[in-house]
Design a protein. Structure first.
Length: 131
C-alpha cells in the first residue's frame, strides 16, 4: 500500500502555463529578441510584416474616406437638383395659376395655388421629420 501512494506521488504532473499579451503592430523588444534567438531573420520579418499591415490599414482608411467624400458629393448634388426641380415646378404652378386667373377661372387658380402650398408644406415638414 505504501508503494501505491509513492507511485501516485511520483506520477503527479505539474502543468505551468504562461500567457503574454501585447497590443499594437509589433511585440515588445524583449519578445522580438527571443524571436531573434530562434532565427536571426525573424525580427526583421516581424517588423516588415507590421509595416506592410500598417500601410494596408492606411490605404483602406484613405479609400474609405474617398468613398465617403464621393457619397456626400452625390447626395449634395441630388439635393441641389431636387431644389432646382422643385423651384421650377413651383414657378410653373404660379404661371399656370396666373394664366387661369387672367382667363377668368379664379377658383381654379386658387385651387392650383392651394395645391402648390400643400406640396411645399409637405416637402418642408416631411424633410424635417425624416432628419
Amino acid at each position: 500500500m505504501e508503494a501505491d501512494s509513492n507511485n501516485k506521488k511520483n506520477q503527479a504532473v505539474r502543468i505551468v502555463g504562461e500567457s503574454v499579451q501585447f497590443s499594437g503592430h509589433i511585440p515588445p523588444p524583449s519578445v522580438i529578441k527571443q524571436y531573434g534567438d530562434i532565427d536571426a531573420s525573424f525580427p526583421s520579418r516581424i517588423l516588415s510584416m507590421a509595416e506592410t499591415e500598417q500601410e494596408a490599414v492606411c490605404d483602406l482608411n484613405k479609400q474609405t474616406l474617398e468613398i465617403e467624400k464621393l457619397r456626400l458629393e452625390l447626395e449634395t448634388s441630388a439635393i441641389k437638383r431636387g431644389q432646382i426641380l422643385g423651384a421650377a415646378v413651383a414657378i410653373l404652378f404660379v404661371f399656370i395659376a396666373c394664366w387661369t386667373a387672367i382667363s377668368g377661372y379664379e377658383k381654379l387658380a386658387m385651387a392650383i395655388v392651394g395645391s402648390l402650398a400643400i406640396m411645399v408644406t409637405v416637402m418642408i415638414t416631411g424633410r424635417h421629420k425624416s432628419s
